[in-house]
Write a protein that binds this ligand. Structure first.
Ligand SMILES: [Zn+2]
Length: 64
C-alpha cells in the first residue's frame, strides 16, 4: 500500500494570478486564485480563523 504525500498545493504560486481576500470574520488577508474569486462559485476558507464565506462576502479584495 503506497503512501503518497497528498498535499493539495495551491496553484496560484505558479500562475501568479492571485487575489488577496480579507476575511469577513477576522479581517486577516490571505491569497486565493483570482479565477476562483471572480467566479464566486466556491467558498473560501480563512486560514486564520477557519471562517467560510463566498468571495462576494469578503470584507475586501485586492489585486497585488
Ligand atoms: Zn478569518
Amino acid at each position: 500500500m503506497a503512501e503518497h504525500m497528498n498535499t493539495p498545493l495551491p496553484h496560484w504560486e505558479k500562475s501568479g494570478n492571485v487575489m488577496w481576500v480579507s476575511c469577513r470574520s477576522c479581517r486577516e488577508w490571505f491569497p486565493c486564485a483570482a479565477e476562483l474569486v471572480s467566479q464566486n462559485k466556491i467558498e473560501l476558507v480563512c486560514p486564520h480563523c477557519a471562517a467560510c464565506f463566498k468571495p462576494a462576502d469578503a470584507a475586501d479584495t485586492m489585486n497585488p
